[in-house]
Ligand binder design. Structure first.
Ligand SMILES: Cc1cc2nc3c(=O)[nH]c(=O)nc-3n(C[C@H](O)[C@H](O)[C@H](O)COP(=O)(O)O)c2cc1C
Length: 346
């Protein structure tokens, strides 16, 4: 059966979110948000929690972003004391603040540096070592060189987001380039980018011959997607999700993301970032999204949820996002230095 993975997403794929996803049907693999690696970096405690307290029953890879080999190796050694499935290297983050430091997607401009990093990480990873990459920085000029390094250094699994760094998140996904990687490397490849549903997953796997799919934003919208993928892969009927089920998901997520010192309005704002995606499948006109974005208290938020989700609770939650219903971030809190929901033009 093809493999499934939840894509790493900064400020999203924390312990709480992974547990919620696992409740609806876990993917085969989880990946942490990235650990930043530099001369003075320390393992971020909240990311470590997603490893140390992982109760999903599924393996979790620790993702690193960085370019300093000494400190990447030091970080791997520190992580080996924790129950990780392996180490994953980020070669894709497109945030300018990140790529300007020549890390994440920025490294795709320097294939020799990537080769050196892969050699060093392979040598210090006794277990699995995986890479997540885009198909290039501005174009695919260095793609084959990087893919050769992936094979030469015996990377165990390659996830390919089928866009260049400059294409960010919204362009078409170049599935032909993912197919190219599948044909070229010796390890299994996970296809990533706009895997919107179980049916689309099958189409992408057929088209690319990949070993499976990695799903990001559409697992926020529809956390049943991994279970539905497995049903689709084995020829079974796909679980129907109703609006009442979605109401229950929202409440579960709200409870899971509550934190002791998180004020109500901040918590509601955090929820609105997830609901931006959920709203893409609630109604074709985006009226849930419109109302949801105007709430600021827990009571207001759940009143909107009840009105849109419990008036006709047995109505189906659409398997694909409704065309034209765009998940826009609500931009209350401006940026950090990574790939957060505030920064990604969705
Ligand atoms: C909010 C957000 C945060 C992300 N953070 C990371 C990250 O920490 N590491 C990484 O490799 N990719 C990160 N990505 C990229 C995703 O893993 C994935 O490659 C991308 O969203 C395309 O897949 P999708 O269309 O299924 O969302 C992030 C994406 C989003 C939307």
């Amino acid at each position: 059966m093809p493999l499934t993975a939840l894509a790493p997403m900064q400020d999203v794929t924390d312990l709480a979110f992974m547990q919620v996803v696992a409740h609806y049907g876990a993917p085969d693999y989880f990946f942490t948000e990235f650990f930043r690696v530099h001369a003075t970096s320390r393992l971020e405690k909240h990311i470590l929690r997603s490893i140390d307290e992982n109760t999903t029953g599924k393996p979790i890879f620790a993702q690193l972003i960085g370019e300093d080999i000494t400190h990447l190796v030091r970080t791997v050694q520190e992580l080996l004391a924790h129950p990780i499935a392996g180490i994953d290297l980020n070669l894709g983050c497109p945030a300018p603040k990140v790529y300007k430091k020549n890390v994440g997607g920025g490294l795709l401009r320097d294939p020799q540096r990537i080769d050196d990093i892969l050699a060093a990480l392979r040598a210090c990873c006794p277990g699995l070592f995986t890479v997540k990459m885009r198909i290039g920085f501005e174009n695919t000029a260095h793609y084959d060189t990087v893919l050769s390094s992936v094979s030469r250094h015996r990377v165990d699994l390659l996830s390919v987001h089928g866009r260049t760094v400059k294409e960010m998140y919204r362009s078409e996904v170049h599935y032909d380039q993912i197919a190219h990687a599948v044909a070229r490397v010796s390890c299994p490849v996970l296809a990533n980018g706009n895997v919107t549903s179980a049916v689309k997953a099958t189409t992408i796997i057929d088209q690319t011959r990949s070993a499976g799919v990695m799903v990001g934003r559409h697992a926020i919208r529809n956390p049943w997607i991994f279970r539905q993928c497995r049903e689709q892969f084995s020829g079974k009927a796909i679980t129907v999700v109703t609006l009442a089920d979605v109401r229950e998901y929202i409440e579960r997520l709200y409870r899971a993301t509550a934190a002791v010192h998180l004020p109500e309005q901040a918590h509601v704002n955090k929820m609105k970032k997830y609901l931006n995606f959920v709203g893409q499948s609630v109604d074709p006109t985006g009226s849930f999204l419109y109302d949801m974005r105007r709430t600021s208290t827990e009571v207001e938020l759940f009143t909107v949820c009840d009105r849109h989700l419990l008036t006709n609770p047995q109505n189906e939650f659409a398997l694909e996002p409704y065309p034209g219903v765009i998940a826009r971030p609500n931009c209350e809190t401006p940026t950090t230095d990574g790939c957060t929901l505030e920064e990604i033009p969705l």
